[in-house]
Design a protein around this ligand. Structure first.
Ligand SMILES: [Zn+2]
Length: 130
């Protein structure tokens, strides 16, 4: 799938964000190593700690469907925001330091990173867990 197609998919899923508190809608699409795609949006809750980021929704969907390796993630926010620290750690669990992390607004792609550049010296425990 091309980057533009990933972008369109993430823009579409962002429209399903449940963000009545922050009003900050986020959409994410992850591509697993075999090319399967999983999309997620942020889901907020009146009890704020129970909110879930779009990136983790997409990654957890992939893992729950039997996928363990993620090679690319595209994130869409209104202003080109980057993933929070928690999501960076979750990405590191299932992606390599070379994993592509693509940041976009609804209109266009604005930044490209390697995960290793977003999470320097990240926590690694049981790296070979399966
Ligand atoms: Zn996050």
């Amino acid at each position: 799938m091309t980057e533009q197609e990933l972008h369109r998919y993430a823009v579409e899923v962002r429209q399903r964000a449940y963000a009545p508190y922050s009003r900050y809608a986020v959409g994410a699409v992850v591509e697993t190593e075999d090319g399967t795609l999983f999309a997620g949006c942020n889901v907020e809750n009146a009890a704020y700690p129970q909110c879930m980021c779009a990136e983790r929704v997409a990654i957890f969907k992939a893992v729950s469907e039997g996928h363990r390796r993620i090679r690319r993630l595209l994130l869409v926010t209104e202003d080109g925001g980057t993933p929070c620290g928690g999501c960076r750690s979750v990405m590191a669990e299932f992606g390599s330091p070379e994993m592509d992390v693509i940041i976009a607004t609804p209109e266009k792609i604005v930044k490209r990173y390697r995960l290793g550049d977003l999470l320097l010296d990240g926590f690694e425990f049981r790296r070979d867990a399966s």
